[in-house]
Design a protein around this ligand. Structure first.
Ligand code: EPZ
Length: 430
């Protein structure tokens, strides 16, 4: 794909109905988990996003047969032909979730050689808790020029995470499901996609209890069958679209979502004066008049998700009053505010707290997407602003949102892609 920018016309009110795609972060865990099965697995409701296309390249590099039908959101993974346990650095660096190949390959074959993961630059993102869990299960781990080598026959263990980690919880679970004996994981993360991954693993023969709580119990098995599985809808895409509806003072219905996964965001939107109602797999969001500033503190699930902190800050730029946003999970997740300031937003950052003073309006400007969710936040700001906004380096948005531009355009947005002449891919346009 040649370099491009997004050109967004502002002052748009989003109206109508759209469908939420399958979950990015759940898919990035369930697909590697399929390597633990002896037979092919069929996975449904997968979003057509860049991170999944990278994951397919990784699985094919290992020798797995992957049949991917993006338009049907369907994938068949046959691990039977896996001939390699090495994930090259160049591929592992392209995304954060490449770390799941450690747990899956170690759990299935007793050996994995994986490059350090990449992913959005949100500050330091170590994987010490993943490695702590693998060592506790009996793996010997060494580093060889940027590659992590893990090997050993795994035996069940009791593992307490030093801090709540989504990736660590899932990764150690992947390694433990075929370990000999029982494993108890404590101080676990409780995100919906941890439950989804555990449900998939149980579907292919694992014995996992307690996913979704802070204690997960696993009885190791030595054989795992193939199965079909449908991943849950994307909690963060749902939240991003809810925020976009409110931020453009629109009226939007989201289909195919799980309202109970959205409770922390819904509570904050209601506190601001946004109308949010839900039934079955529908959420309806509407905002007509002004909205109030709030205090927002990101927490592990079921608290307010860190991944919605950035999209939410777009809505807060026009709230009445000054909002306080506390980012507790990552130590550098405010870069999008520098870009929003170019659009007339007012914010001050003091350590892990950002103070966002509401302004009557934003104006369009050339900005660049600092990371996946920051990019989505700037798309929302562009829809809100008066005039035209250009977002440079928007490819990071396609890593995690399926057809975000076309979904927003179907709701009344005007977003188009324009090639960037001779690689001038910066917000100064020079
Ligand atoms: C997952 O990242 C998600 N990524 C992130 O989504 C999400 O923001 C995050 O969980 C929190 O919900 C995927 O699922 C692919 P963590 P992960 O381990 O696993 C520290 C998005 O936009 N930590 O829960 O990296 C870590 O530095 C992305 O979709 C350690 O110190 O998150 C962070 O400060 C962004 N040592 C905190 O814990 C470890 O071994 C939470 O990280 C692991 C984590």
């Amino acid at each position: 794909m040649p370099e491009y920018k997004l050109v967004i016309s502002g002052s748009r009110e989003l109206k109508g109905e759209t469908h939420v795609s399958g979950g990015k972060n759940t898919s990035l865990a369930v697909i590697p988990a399929a390597l633990l099965a002896e037979y092919p697995c069929q996975i449904e409701n997968l979003p057509d996003i860049e991170d999944i296309r990278v994951l397919i390249r990784i699985l094919r590099r290992l020798g797995a047969k992957v049949d991917w039908r993006a338009e049907e959101q369907q994938m068949q993974v046959d691990p039977g032909a896996v001939t390699s346990n090495t994930v090259p650095f160049a591929l592992s660096q392209k995304m954060r979730a490449s770390y799941y190949l450690m747990g899956a390959l170690l759990g299935r074959y007793g050996y994995a050689r994986v490059g350090y993961p990449g992913g959005c630059d949100l500050g330091s993102r170590p994987i010490d808790q993943h490695l702590k869990g693998f060592r506790a299960l009996g793996a010997a781990i060494r580093e060889e020029n940027g590659m992590i080598v893990l090997e050993g026959r795994l035996r069940g263990a009791n593992i307490n995470f030093d801090m709540v980690t989504v990736g660590g919880t899932i990764n150690v679970m992947l390694a433990a499901v075929r370990a000999e004996g029982d494993t108890i994981l404590t101080n676990c993360a409780r995100e919906p996609h941890i439950v989804d991954t555990a449900n998939f693993l149980n579907r292919i023969g694992a014995h996992i209890r307690g996913a979704g709580t802070d204690t997960i119990r696993i009885r190791g098995v030595d054989k795992m069958r193939g199965a079909s599985y449908t991943v849950i809808p994307d909690q963060i895409e749902t939240g991003t679209l809810m925020i976009a509806a409110a931020a453009t003072r629109g009226q939007v219905t989201l289909r195919g979502c799980i309202p109970t996964h959205m409770e922390a965001l819904t509570a904050k939107l209601l506190e601001m004066g946004v109308l949010v109602t839900s039934e079955d797999d529908l959420i309806h969001v509407q905002l007509r008049q002004g909205h109030r500033a709030i205090r927002l503190s990101t927490q592990e699930y079921p608290g307010f998700p860190t991944d919605l902190q950035q999209p939410m800050s777009a809505l807060l730029t026009r709230a009445v009053g000054t909002s306080e946003v506390i980012e507790n999970i990552f130590d550098a997740r405010f870069k999008h505010l520098d870009e929003m300031r170019k659009m007339g937003a007012k914010s001050v950052i003091n350590g892990k707290i950002a103070y966002i003073e509401g302004v009557p309006e934003l104006h369009g400007a050339p900005v660049y997407a600092p990371d996946l969710r920051g990019g989505a936040a700037l798309v929302i700001a562009g829809l809100m602003a008066n005039g035209v906004t250009e977002i440079y380096r928007p490819d990071t948005i396609a890593r995690g949102y399926e057809h975000l531009e076309s979904k927003l355009n179907a709701l009344g947005g005007i977003i188009r892609r324009e090639p960037v002449p001779n690689g001038n891919n910066n917000a100064d346009g020079i």
